[in-house]
Design a protein around this ligand. Structure first.
Ligand SMILES: Nc1ncnc2c1ncn2[C@@H]1O[C@H](COP(=O)(O)OP(=O)(O)OP(=O)(O)O)[C@@H](O)[C@H]1O
Ligand SMILES: [Mg+2]
Length: 351
């Protein structure tokens, strides 16, 4: 009852706590925060110096005692305290800026599917101690599907593939639940690593992580392109230690990415194989939906289509699908309650 009354006054928020980016949606307002999931810490004092965009600017540019870390690795919380601090910062930023006099918000937060009870509990606890009045968990593929406007509660199968920074999650959804799913720890970060590895092996060239990402975004592809692309890779010569630039083609980068891309495509194929035939029929009709930043890789839709023989669509604005999904859940929490995850974590018995 109290919650109902508080609900009228607070601005509830939805959060996509991603390995690469954290996005925050405020009920009635839309997406208000979209920043990298990076925290800069002074290791001497354990003090947090910057969070989000400010911290990202420091990546690779900090003195030795300042580290810019990502508190989530492969889609899961690797550093609980820093994650909590980061959530607190984002929640407070939203809360302070617009409605300091409102009660604390209810929070719907996305987490990878198939995480353990302990991990669920960690996300829930971090959200609560970061200032949420109530925390609801939703599996990211479910949120991505809702954000892509798939009708998740019908007796109809849909397939969503969320390719983020840390993980690729493939899920078949029907009747408000995940029927089958697969999660592999190969996604955008791994593709960046592939480019770094390629530059080192082929040209003795050491690239920074941000440079690798830029190359991926500018010329990366999964399928031969109509137009040739080229880019200058700037890094350090591992032999001379001096700056060096090498021009590479989209074909070379595609080759460098191909092994990881194939792992992503294989995870989709395996999930299709494990899906009951009726649902496969539905998916044939609706197509496979690609979401997450990795969905932007050129030609990935074509490659998936070629290898699965199923039509493929890229979600609109794939980077914001999950957070928009959490937003839609907030706007209509009564109808969509069933799609949320419950934690069954049992407190250890007292001795
Ligand atoms: N145009 C693009 N082409 C290829 N990859 C891209 C493009 N734009 C963004 N990405 C990649 O998308 C990834 C980030 O996507 P997203 O924000 O969906 O991940 P996340 O939700 O933070 O991660 P996760 O879901 O694994 O926790 C990064 O690896 C980024 O390099
Ligand atoms: Mg994500």
């Amino acid at each position: 009852m109290i919650n109902k009354i508080l609900g009228y006054f607070s601005h509830d928020i939805g959060i996509d706590l991603g390995t690469a980016n954290t996005l925050v949606y405020v009920k009635g307002k839309g997406i208000v925060i979209n920043e990298p999931s990076v925290v800069a810490i002074n290791q001497k004092t354990q003090q947090i110096l910057a969070i989000g965009e400010d911290a990202r600017r420091m990546v690779g540019r900090t003195p030795a005692h300042i580290i810019a870390t990502r508190p989530l690795v492969d889609g899961v919380v690797s550093d609980f305290e820093v994650t909590e601090q980061m959530l607190k910062y984002f929640i407070e930023k939203v809360h302070k800026e617009s409605f300091a006099f409102f009660p604390r918000p209810r929070v719907v937060i996305g987490m990878p599917s198939g995480v353990s009870e302990v991990e669920k509990r960690a996300v829930e606890d971090a959200t609560l101690s970061a200032g949420a009045r109530e925390a609801f968990l939703i599996e990211e593929p479910m949120a991505a599907a809702i954000g892509s406007r798939l009708s998740v509660q019908d007796a109809q199968g849909s397939m969503i593939v969320d390719i983020g920074g840390g993980t690729t999650e493939v899920a078949v959804i029907s009747l408000g639940g995940i029927v089958s799913s697969k999660s592999v720890r190969v996604a955008g970060d791994e593709l960046n690593e592939d480019i770094i590895q390629f530059a080192r092996d082929e040209f003795n060239l050491l690239l920074g992580e941000r440079t690798a990402e830029e190359i991926k975004v500018k010329v990366g592809s999964a399928y031969p392109l109509k137009e040739k692309l080229e880019i200058a890779m700037r890094g350090r010569d591992l032999v001379t230690g001096l700056p060096k630039t090498v021009v590479v083609s989209d074909e070379q980068i595609r080759q460098a990415l191909s092994r990881s891309v194939q792992i992503i495509v294989d995870s989709i194929k395996t999930t299709v194989e494990e899906t009951p035939p009726e649902l496969v029929g539905d998916i044939m009709d609706k197509g496979i939906i690609l979401a997450g930043g990795g969905a932007l890789l050129r030609g990935l839709d074509k490659l998936v289509k070629e290898q699965t023989k199923i039509p493929v669509h890229r979600a609109d604005d794939p980077l914001t699908c999950v957070v928009r999904g959490t937003g839609l859940v907030l706007e209509d929490i009564e109808t969509l309650k069933d799609v949320l995850v419950t934690t069954q974590y049992e407190k250890p018995p007292k001795v």
